[in-house]
Design a protein around this ligand. Structure first.
Ligand code: ZN
Length: 83
């Protein structure tokens, strides 16, 4: 019983730690749910007619902050290449 209570406390502490990290990286800005809904989930490579450059890294696009792994109107999704 005591052990269970300890596990619950531990889980709560871990969740608080994750929330603190999320808050730190959101820079105090709440998630913009409307923007997320209006944005495409991903913009994959559309083939030869697609003239966007490949993302150089998985980091967010410098112009619209979409993750490089997703791709956006400025760049194709980042592809990790094994060298
Ligand atoms: Zn972009």
């Amino acid at each position: 019983m005591n052990q269970l209570a300890q596990q619950i406390r531990e889980a709560a502490r871990e969740r608080e730690a994750r929330l603190a990290i999320a808050r730190r990286f959101s820079h105090g800005t709440p998630l913009d749910i409307g923007r997320g809904a209006s944005m495409p989930v991903a913009m994959p490579d559309r083939g030869p007619g697609d003239h966007r450059p490949y993302a150089m890294s998985p980091d967010p696009c410098p112009r619209c902050a979409t993750r490089g792994t997703l791709g956006c109107q400025h760049q194709k999704p980042f592809e990790a290449r094994s060298s």
